[in-house]
Write a protein that binds this ligand. Structure first.
Ligand code: F6R
Length: 610
């Protein structure tokens, strides 16, 4: 996720680009840059850090009034977030300037062809190939050159392109990543999202997938990839600025819950090959060592620890390697037995959680192999590790983790299947079947979100309930733990996640008619046993909500006061879908209670103290 803004018109482009970028900072904020026509050429100013840092850099250069410009705020996916990798990127001659949001899957192949033809690359990004490809098409109109790039590039892209030989022209292209045009009076705008230009115009047009748009001060022309002109449908924006930043959702957390299908697709992008087999370029160089591993440790905190719980089940089931999981703050103090043949996986969306960092540094000292799962490119955890799998969820503004959690689950499933393939622990056909299930997740999560309305009545009924237990077994256990944590942290309800079979060993003493039990019973291998445990709770008076797989409602009817369903998935893969109704339940209860879900009390998004 990154933010693009573009301007063409009579005003000074830079003066409009900077506030536009600041409005898009929620889309990414590790580096930023602008490009603007400057005499016969195009000037580029870019900077690692936030928009404020870019403004300071701009203050040090002479910015001549310019009527055409593009800007970008970055959330790194390829290449560390430094100034060189910040957008805009240029071709060899500095004539073509490009900003991009998305992932070009075949960029390595394109780059090596371009290098073979003598192009020199300045950055480690996938984006830069676009500038060099357009450089080779100097004799074509810019819009046609962008169409040709879109025909060659695979993956998700929203592009903003300018060329010094075409002053007063901006060209955008879109496939998979958002792009909108702001239509002004004698001026026009390009943006990843409406806040980029909402201060200046309320008229806009959405660019559809596989379309290219050429804008000048007085015209907006949209074409398909064959060059046919497509009719532009103008819309009027009713939202105020705050609503626009949240994409029309009431809060960032709600928006992030609804972004999960896209975030999961981004996490999967380029990691499953044409034959439907897992293919993790990031881990390829470690395959030899991965074959020698005899034990796996997974360390993390909070929600990320719940992802570790799922990883234990998945990796043990698929690789038959023993897996230990640790809350990172406890890891060092139990003197774990690690050596060269241990694989240690650190999970942290921020990549900065001090306890997790301390745990992996301890493992590093024992010469273990370190793998990181993080959402932040070049985070401290990523730098510590031998290899990193980034979750590509985009920035998460709401303090409670949602899309970063489901993408962690998916990344860990890919790691488990990669290990299984490399070690030959299950046959390729079975791996491909599981991958088929993983691939369906964006669609199944979307179907689950489409039924969010079913949760409203349950949330209203139980908003004042003081004590809630979330119970599950096997793959449903981490889901129950996460459901309880979400409810605690945003709704301030006392909630416990528990292994369903463990209740009878003590906690059942707390059960009476004032307690709500949410039973997670989506894992077909243990469903009958979970149901028996829920019967035990019902017999003691508890109110029961059951989360079950579609098609199993009849089995649940005897025990459940309310049933929520999710579409069926292979065991463990379905943890991703199952957690979504519980995110929504916590969200709705907090909303009924009138709480600030984006900034729950006493919590911080990144925890850098032990
Ligand atoms: C819960 C939550 C926290 C984090 C924990 C670890 O919604 O966000 O429990 O999961 O602080 O954070 P990371 O993943 O950044 O290490």
């Amino acid at each position: 996720m990154c933010g693009i803004v573009g301007y063409v018109g009579p005003r000074s482009a830079v003066d409009l680009l900077i506030p536009g970028l600041a409005r898009l900072e929620y889309r990414g904020y590790d580096s930023a840059g602008v490009a603007f026509q400057d005499g016969d050429g195009i000037a580029v100013v870019k900077q690692a850090g936030r928009i404020a840092d870019l403004e300071r850099s701009l203050g040090k250069v002479e910015v001549r009034a310019s009527n055409t410009g593009i800007g970008h705020t970055r959330w790194a996916t390829h290449g560390v977030p430094n100034t060189i990798n910040a957008h805009p990127h240029r071709d060899c001659t500095g004539t073509v300037i490009v900003v991009h949001n998305g992932i070009i899957e075949n960029w390595l192949a394109l780059k090596s062809e371009l290098e073979g033809r003598g192009h020199e690359f300045a950055s480690d990004t996938d984006t830069e190939v676009v500038a060099h490809l357009i450089e080779e098409m100097a004799d074509l109109p810019l819009a046609e050159a962008v169409r040709e790039v879109m025909r060659q590039a695979e993956g998700a892209l929203a592009l903003g392109v300018m060329r010094s030989t075409d002053p007063l022209l901006l060209v955008g292209g879109r496939r998979g990543s958002p792009l909108v045009v702001g239509i002004g009076d004698g001026e026009n705008f390009l943006g990843s999202d409406i806040p980029a230009f909402l201060e200046h115009t309320r008229k806009m047009a959405v660019i559809e997938d596989d379309r290219v748009v050429a804008i000048t001060p007085d015209s907006v022309e949209i074409t398909d990839l064959a060059g046919n002109v497509v009719e532009t449908t103008e819309r009027f924006i009713e939202w105020d600025l705050e609503a626009a930043e949240k994409g029309g959702y009431a809060t960032f957390m709600e928006k992030e819950i609804y972004e999960q299908p896209k975030a999961i697709s981004d996490t999967l992008r380029g990691r499953i090959n044409q034959s439907g087999m897992v293919s993790l370029e990031e881990l390829g160089h470690l395959d030899e060592r991965l074959r020698e591993i005899d034990k796996v440790f997974v360390v993390a905190c909070g929600t990320s620890f719940h992802a570790a719980m799922m990883a234990k089940y998945a990796i043990e089931r698929w690789t038959r390697l023993p897996v230990e999981i640790d809350i990172a703050s406890e890891f060092r103090y139990r003197d774990p037995v690690l050596d060269r043949r241990s694989l240690v996986i650190g999970i942290s969306q921020s990549g900065e959680t001090l306890d997790t960092l301390a745990a992996v540094r301890y493992a590093r000292a024992q010469r273990s192999l370190l793998l990181a799962v993080s959402n932040v490119v070049d985070s401290a955890l990523a730098r510590e590790a031998d290899a990193v799998l980034y979750t590509r969820a985009g920035p998460e503004i709401g303090v409670a983790a949602t899309k970063t959690f489901t993408t962690q689950l998916v990344a860990l499933q890919l790691i488990g299947l990669h290990l299984a393939r490399v070690r030959g622990s299950i046959d390729e056909g079975s791996i491909m079947n599981l991958i088929k299930g993983v691939r369906q997740l964006p669609e199944l999560v979307q179907q689950t979100l489409d039924r969010a309305g079913e949760i409203d009545a349950i949330a209203a009924k139980f908003a004042d309930t003081r004590d809630v237990f979330f119970l599950g077994r096997s793959g449903d256990f981490p889901v129950a733990m996460e459901g309880a944590l979400k409810l605690k942290e945003i709704a301030y309800t006392r909630a416990e996640g528990y292994a369903a079979g463990e209740m009878k060993h003590g906690p059942i003493a707390l059960i009476d008619e004032n307690v709500l039990v949410v039973g997670v019973a989506t894992d077909s291998r243990v469903r009958a046993k979970t149901l028996s445990n829920l019967q035990e709770m019902k017999a003691r008076g508890a109110m029961i909500v059951v989360l079950a797989e579609e098609g199993t409602e009849a089995e649940m009817a005897g025990v459940a006061d309310h049933i929520l369903t999710v579409p069926a998935s292979p065991d463990l893969i379905g943890t991703v879908t199952a957690v979504v109704p519980l995110q929504l339940l916590a969200y709705q209860i907090a909303t009924v209670k009138g709480l600030d879900v984006d900034k729950p009390r006493n919590l911080a998004k990144t925890v850098t103290v032990e």
